[in-house]
Design a protein around this ligand. Structure first.
Ligand SMILES: C[S@@+](CC[C@H](N)C(=O)[O-])C[C@H]1O[C@@H](n2cnc3c(N)ncnc32)[C@H](O)[C@@H]1O
Length: 272
């Protein structure tokens, strides 16, 4: 692998935010993506699972709906998101913890999943090795990340507009450039480096609907997620310019519309 595995990832701190703002930004895609990831991972009835980097709980809820709350645990370093998950999913054990140091014994789970998290880990190889450690031999470790550089339309158009409005800072913050493990095939490389076997990789495509452009725009100025943090950091004139450029890049107006988003998924088996 050309680059070091241990890097300071941008933006993890931007998730110490309100669950409501998150839900209105990328959270809109969460339920559909969770179903797709659960299918890709091959989660079966009666499996015991953990959602690593659970956020406000989209994947946790999907797992609990299929397996029952007693068969699902979750972890996230963001206290507001852990509180939101606990409130939304009583009966699920939700802990404040990062992937790199999971507070679970070896082989506790049949499957460890994470949705849109690997690129925010401080040390992704350690995080994935931890997911494998808490999963029994023969169990599955699976994740997905956005295709930021390509077909995650919401964020691709955002960063294209950001680069137009503030070329230097927009280019430096563009998640399509700065996020690791998000180019096609990179996750599979990470899974193999973490010692997983029978690694599978593929696309998951989901969609979200919006009442109008304002419905899409409203969470960005709150500062949630790296895109929101960039938006919030702009002065009023640049934020207004970003608003207009973003709408133009998306080609939408005051009518309802739908956007599609592609994520890359990976799954591998823990060695016996
Ligand atoms: C884009 S959100 C995804 C949340 C949720 N999985 C979902 O699908 O909606 C990224 C999440 O990763 C969490 N996170 C950041 N660094 C992490 C780490 N080192 N280990 C585990 N989770 C982390 C953030 O707190 C945030 O909840």
């Amino acid at each position: 692998m050309a680059r070091s595995l241990v890097v300071a990832m941008p933006g993890a701190e931007t998730f110490r935010a309100s669950a409501d703002a998150y839900d209105r930004l990328v959270g809109r895609y969460g339920t559909q993506l969770a179903s797709a990831l659960i299918g890709f991972a091959g989660v079966k009835p009666r499996m015991c699972t953990v959602d690593v980097g659970c956020g406000p709980g989209a994947l946790t809820a999907a797992l609990a709906g299929r397996l029952g709350t007693a068969n699902v645990a979750a972890a996230d370093p963001s206290e507001p998101f852990v509180e939101a998950s606990r409130a939304r999913l009583p009966g699920v054990e939700v802990v404040v913890a990062a992937a790199e140091a999971l507070p679970f014994a070896d082989g506790t789970f049949d499957a460890a999943l994470s949705q849109l998290v690997v690129n925010f880990m401080r040390d992704a190889e350690t995080g994935v090795r931890e997911m494998a450690r808490v999963t029994r031999p023969g169990g599955v470790v699976a994740s997905c990340v956005w295709d930021y550089a390509g077909e995650m339309t919401l964020l691709r158009a955002f960063w294209d507009a950001a680069r137009e409005v503030d070329p230097e800072r927009g280019a430096a913050a563009d998640e399509g450039v700065v996020m690791r493990w998000c180019a096609e095939g990179e996750l599979a490389e990470l899974w193999r480096a973490a010692g997983l076997r029978s690694v599978r990789f593929g696309p998951l495509v989901v969609s979200a609907t919006y009442a109008d452009f304002q419905d899409l725009w409203s969470p960005f100025p709150t500062g949630v997620a790296p895109s929101g943090a960039f938006c919030k950091s702009l002065d009023e004139d640049h934020r207004a310019a970003l608003h207009d450029a973003y709408r133009r890049h998306l080609g939408v107006d005051d009518a309802p519309f739908e956007l599609t988003a592609r994520a890359w998924a990976v799954a591998g088996i823990v060695r016996r």
